[in-house]
Design a binder for this molecule. Structure first.
Ligand code: HEC
Length: 409
């Protein structure tokens, strides 16, 4: 009976309402257009999707490590940027990118497109302007610390937010037009009608005017907000625990809250009445941008809950999307953490660690693992492919380490 009902539902819905599955690990970057979407993953792949058919049109491989940002340039062209510092323009056909930039700058942390100009932000605080047609690039200094988000405004100026807790706006020659201080660490930037929407590490979502004044703000979570998407009517934001909020513009009145449960949501994209949410398990979920209802068919809580109800097991849920605890199982984005305590960094066999990690001298102890998530991988192990995240509460770090110590070699 139940099966028959599900069958009937499947027949009643069209192919348009399917989730997009294809990445071999968490999805870190996402953009959506009317009929296509593009995504990038921790598996290094960039996928162009026919979003009405929910099928992959093109899988592009270039980046070494995580794909950190993507953008659509029309319905057949797309841009990708990576932790390897490269930016590339692709077409639906053809094996190679139309152009790609060299690895020489630093990891790309933000990317946006405005007309014929691409803007990219780097971990070292610089911004690049790239000609969409030719790939020619010029750089200018912008922030002290990571460029956390970029967006073009209707007048062609470029807004940026950085790890130096600053909002800045630039003209096309890279001259500063406005600069203000932000109250906390920004984690992204999206154009929201005439304003800019910014998710913050302290769990707040704020709207800023193009001059950088704070318009409404809304505290949504005790966990860091890590993703944002917006159009003229709606802002969507996601927290590191996977909860997604939909809010009305320009008031930021909450409209819907979608509980998480399967790990972080790292990227969001809004297209018409659809919200795409990507994070865990390689699935890009399709939600209603009106009320947050799941449209795509993947059950919300697909991760099996551990029988272990300790705090440590709970904290571990945020790691489990990328790390297995079975010895030798390196099939997720990160290595198996079985027996990690007492192990030298980047020493387990069978996993392809980044050169940055391989060059470091750390032994994983309760103390160093705890420090790793007190300061975050970006500060503690610069150049690591593990995305920046923290475990803020010392008691949670302790519980996490105790949990890991059960999986001794
Ligand atoms: C989105 C994916 C992702 C998440 C979530 C994640 N990690 Fe990682 N982790 C990685 C990757 C990728 C690496 C390898 C980094 C490299 O090679 O630069 C890594 C490396 C590590 C290492 C170093 C391992 C070694 O052998 O040197 C430790 C320890 C670690 N992670 C612990 C954790 C813990 C604990 C959590 C949860 C609080 C966590 N990670 C969450 C992706 C992730």
């Amino acid at each position: 009976m139940r099966l028959a009902l599900i069958g009937a539902l499947l027949l009643a819905t069209t192919a348009a309402a399917q989730d997009l599955t294809g990445h071999g690990g968490p999805v870190s970057a996402l953009a959506a257009g009317a009929a296509v979407a593009v995504s990038g993953g921790f598996d290094g792949r960039v996928i162009l999707w026919d979003s009405t058919q929910a099928s992959a049109l093109r899988i592009a491989r270039l980046h070494d490590g995580n794909v950190t940002a993507v953008a659509l340039a029309g319905e057949t062209r797309f841009l990708s940027a990576g932790q390897d510092g490269r930016i590339a323009l692709w077409d639906k056909g053809g094996a190679d990118p139309i152009w790609s930039t060299p690895k020489e700058v630093s990891p790309v942390s933000a990317l946006t497109l405005g007309g014929d100009q691409v803007a990219a932000g780097f971990l070292d605080g610089r911004i690049a302007r790239i000609d969409l047609a030719t790939g020619a690039m010029t750089l200018h200094p912008a922030h002290e610390g990571r460029v956390a988000g970029l967006a073009f405004l209707p007048d062609g100026s470029l807004a940026s937010v950085g790890g130096d807790l600053r909002f800045s706006r630039w003209d096309s020659a890279g001259t500063l037009l406005a600069r203000t201080s932000l109250p906390d660490l920004p984690n992204g930037l999206a154009r929201a009608g005439d304003a800019l929407a910014i998710p913050f590490a302290e769990g707040a979502l704020r709207l800023l005017s193009p001059e950088g004044e704070i318009l409404p703000e809304r505290f949504l979570s005790e966990r860091p907000l890590v993703a944002v998407a917006a159009n003229a009517e709606t802002v969507a934001a996601a927290a590191v625990d996977g909860t997604v909020w939909l809010l009305d513009l320009p008031t930021l009145a909450p409209r819907a809250e979608v509980p998480g449960g399967t790990g972080p949501v790292w990227a969001l994209a809004l297209e018409g009445e659809t919200l795409f949410a990507a994070g865990m398990q390689g699935v890009i979920r399709r939600l209603s941008a009106v009320d947050g209802a799941s449209l795509g068919g993947t059950p919300l809580a697909t991760a099996s809950l551990p029988e272990d109800t300790s705090r440590g097991a709970e904290v571990w849920q945020a790691c489990a999307v990328c790390h297995s605890l079975d010895p030798g199982d390196h099939s997720r984005a990160g290595p198996s953490l079985h027996g990690v305590l007492g192990r030298r960094i980047a020493s387990v066999e069978g996993y392809d660690f980044s050169p940055a990690l391989r060059a470091m001298e750390i032994v994983w102890t309760p103390e160093t693992i705890s420090e790793l998530f007190e300061f975050g991988p970006e500060a503690y192990t610069p150049g690591s492919r593990m995305p920046d995240q923290r475990v803020g509460d010392p008691a949670d770090r302790q519980a996490l380490v105790e949990y890991l110590s059960r999986f001794a070699p």
